[in-house]
Design a protein around this ligand. Structure first.
Ligand code: NAD
Length: 245
């Protein structure tokens, strides 16, 4: 489904991102994964190498405009173009507002929102030059109703939806589609870091009766990245077993 395409996936070292890297490779894309540091990128590349999967790996500070631009330029020099950008890197929060510092709130917005702005801004000129592209963002089911603690996280994901819908309108005339996937409770490290008291009641409300697996989310990214979604832009696709908090 992605033969001949070049894709960057941020937060590609584990969880949803790593599964999306694998699925895009299975579908014959060239993939470059981004992680937060050298060690996690090396670890992901080693896991993939064991399965005979070869991808590129970088670890720019996603909030540093210059570092992001330089990394994107390196990728252009090596691969010639960028067709797909998956802005997936993200962190969550679960503390009550009284226990949350300004710095903690800012850290979430910096990665979950500002990094998407940075990455997208760096890649769009190359997509325009290439006659089009696909930008996909990872939102969340909490981008619809919020959540009872950790206000920075849903706030950031509401912003992801805003970025997605607005950029779809701005970039559509350049044949660049922009969509988001809004996962529900998904079986990754992010989930295991949350308290059981928060997760267990949530699972009971999921009509499909189970949490999502990274492959469930990767499948949605594959569909939206592929020509099968050629007339879909500005959408937030829920992949949550109808949980929607
Ligand atoms: P994860 O913790 O397994 O993976 C997070 C990824 O983000 C990792 O690859 C990590 O390297 C990267 N990352 C973290 N901090 C970074 C930083 N400072 N700079 C660059 N990269 C950084 O979690 P996941 O569940 O796979 O999360 C992926 C995305 O899915 C996130 O945007 C998350 O908000 C979203 N999401 C997850 C769930 C869930 O239940 N797991 C639900 C809804 C949305």
């Amino acid at each position: 489904m992605l033969k001949g395409k070049v894709a960057i996936i941020t937060g590609g070292t584990r969880g949803i991102g790593l599964e999306t890297v694998k699925l895009f490779k299975e579908n014959h894309a060239e993939v470059i994964l981004f992680g937060s540091k050298k060690e996690s990128v090396d670890k992901a590349l080693a896991i993939l190498a064991e399965e005979n999967i070869k991808v590129g790996g970088y670890y720019p500070n996603l909030n540093d405009v210059k570092e992001v631009e330089e990394t994107v330029e390196k990728i252009i020099q090596e691969y010639g173009k960028i067709d797909i950008l998956v802005n997936n890197a993200g962190i969550s929060a679960n503390k009550k507002i009284e226990n949350t510092t300004y710095e903690e709130f800012e850290k979430i917005i910096n990665l979950n929102v500002n990094a998407i702005f940075n990455m997208t801004k760096a890649v769009v000129p190359y997509m325009r030059k290439n006659g089009g592209g696909v930008i996909l963002n990872t939102s969340s089911m909490v981008s619809i109703y919020g959540q009872p603690s950790g206000v920075g996280y849903p706030t950031s994901k509401f912003a992801v939806n805003g970025l997605t819908k607005s950029l779809a309108r701005e970039l559509g005339p350049s044949n660049i589609r922009v969509n988001a996937v809004a996962p529900g409770v998904t079986n990754t490290d992010m989930l295991t870091n949350l308290p059981k008291e928060m997760i267990e009641p949530l699972i009971k409300t999921i009509p499909l009766g189970r949490i999502g697996e990274p492959r469930d989310i990767a499948n949605a990214f594959l569909f939206l990245a592929s020509p099968m979604a050629s007339y879909i832009t500005g959408e937030i696709l829920s992949v949550d077993g109808a949980a929607r908090s």
